[in-house]
Ligand binder design. Structure first.
Ligand SMILES: NC(=O)c1ccc[n+]([C@@H]2O[C@H](COP(=O)([O-])OP(=O)(O)OC[C@H]3O[C@@H](n4cnc5c(N)ncnc54)[C@H](OP(=O)(O)O)[C@@H]3O)[C@@H](O)[C@H]2O)c1
Length: 419
């Protein structure tokens, strides 16, 4: 039996009002913004189109009819699927099957929403085929472990960061199946909701700094930097800077904190709205409101001279271009354009543009060390999780959360859907 025909059978088993081709009403009452007015009510009356146009099925990693009969646990796995270009639907899939003994199944309690989640559906990329399941970070309770898993056990409270190429790892489903080395315990003082922001923003900031931009791990304790010595003032001025364009983004907030505890001097570009937050996280802030990029560039140079040796852009091609213009002309520099850079940019010889590929966390077990270090710093209270906006109602309200995120009104807060 093909995957597509199994999928059709599964759809037949779901409640009638969620069957193919019908509109699925979305509950509006369960959408709350912590500490905020829910805002424009027209958002809350949207429906999600359901469709049966599944094409090009890939049977790898998918439970087969034979496997269904062998399942030790007869639970179904509710999923929000991208059924076709730009079209979501719901399905009840079989409980996952492990494909090797080092995998873990996690029951979803909270999943973080990210710009990539809606961009990939709107512009049809990072979707190997239809139907697909998106969502890249979550926190929950371990439901099942493979025979070779040592450090994780059933019942553990954990978070993970996933790679979009495995449909079983898409976080917009009830049960997520991932390699054990990508599963981390919740740091003390976090809960499922706050830990659901670690897998993308937190880990991207950590790996961008420590892996791609060659920033050393922070010192083991929270000791302050040595007091400034006036005789070393000249030397101080020569000290290198990190520029974070988009310091008010969730990823930027993690980057500012991680850089500060490594005693880097950081310049952040933010709006006046997120400026106090970025300052509180240790950055020198340039507010961007009503300024051209040319103005901002000259303000950056006034502060840092020719001493910016590392930069992260979290906004887009124009600001990526601006970052390239302020990097040191003399020293070796590294630049991470996390939100795209134009192909035609001229890059100076002393500048290395790094490609941040978060799939390296999943594909290379050695990179677990970055997640462990991030966990340690969050657990010790040296890195704070960003403010969270919570969407209740689990999978049914993921699309509403993504619509809200798309409007760009987050003001430095992270959107998390709780189950
Ligand atoms: N390559 C990767 O693996 C990877 C991983 C994570 C994120 N990213 C990318 O990084 C970007 C940020 O992601 P995120 O989840 O951290 O974003 P986010 O928190 O959702 O970003 C929203 C924030 O962007 C800021 N912003 C908007 N326009 C700006 C501008 N012109 N200049 C400076 N700041 C601006 C706003 O803060 P203000 O109030 O300060 O304007 C707003 O709070 C996205 O493009 C995302 O796709 C890539």
């Amino acid at each position: 039996m093909s995957f597509s025909s199994i999928f059709r059978c599964l759809l037949c088993n779901i409640p009638k009002n969620e069957s193919r081709g019908e509109k699925v009403p979305v509950s509006t009452e369960q959408y709350e913004i912590e500490g905020k007015n829910p805002g424009d009510s027209t958002d809350f009356q949207e429906s999600i189109d359901s469709t049966s146009q599944f094409t090009s099925p890939d049977e790898s990693n998918i439970t087969t009819e034979e496997n269904i009969a062998e399942l030790p646990i007869q639970k179904s796995n509710r999923a929000l699927i991208v059924a076709a270009k730009g079209a979501y639907s719901f399905a009840d899939l079989p409980f996952p099957i492990l494909s090797h003994e080092h995998e873990v199944v996690i029951s979803n309690r909270a999943t973080g929403l990210n710009p990539i989640d809606y961009k990939s559906v709107d512009y049809n990329f990072c979707l190997p085929e239809f139907p697909w399941i998106t969502g890249r970070e979550m926190a929950g309770v371990v439901e099942m472990v493979g025979a070779g898993v040592r450090d994780v056990k059933v019942g553990d409270h954990v978070w993970t960061s996933t790679y979009y190429r495995d449909r079983r790892a898409g976080c917009f489903q009830q049960y997520i199946t991932v390699p054990a080395h990508t599963v981390l315990p919740l740091p003390p003082s976090t809960n499922f909701t706050s830990a659901a922001s670690l897998g993308v923003a937190g880990l991207t900031a950590a790996m961008t700094l420590w892996h791609w931009l060659d920033v050393p791990f922070p010192p083991p304790s929270a000791n302050p930097p040595p007091p400034a010595n006036p005789e070393k003032q000249e030397q101080e001025q020569e000290q290198e800077f990190l520029l974070v364009w988009g310091g008010g983004t969730v990823t930027g907030q993690y980057a500012l904190q991680l850089a500060a505890i490594s005693h880097l001097r950081v310049i952040a570009i933010t709006s006046s709205h997120t400026a106090p937050l970025a300052r509180s996280l240790g950055a020198i802030v340039i507010e961007r409101d009503n300024k051209s990029n040319t103005q901002i560039i000259s303000e950056i140079k006034e502060i840092a001279g020719d001493n910016i040796t590392r930069a992260i852009d979290l906004v887009g091609p124009k600001t990526a271009s601006a970052c390239l213009q302020v990097l040191s002309r003399e020293r070796e520099c590294r630049f991470a354009p996390l939100a795209m850079m134009g192909n035609e940019e001229v890059v100076a010889r002393n500048v290395q543009v790094v490609t941040v590929e978060m799939k390296r966390f999943v594909l290379d077990e050695a990179n677990r060390m970055y997640a462990l270090e991030l966990n340690r710093l969050v657990g010790e209270g040296r890195v704070q999780v960003p403010g969270i906006e919570t969407v209740h109602g689990g999978l049914e309200n993921v699309v509403l959360g993504l619509d809200r995120l798309k409007k760009g009104e987050m003001g430095g807060r992270k959107m998390v859907v709780v189950f």
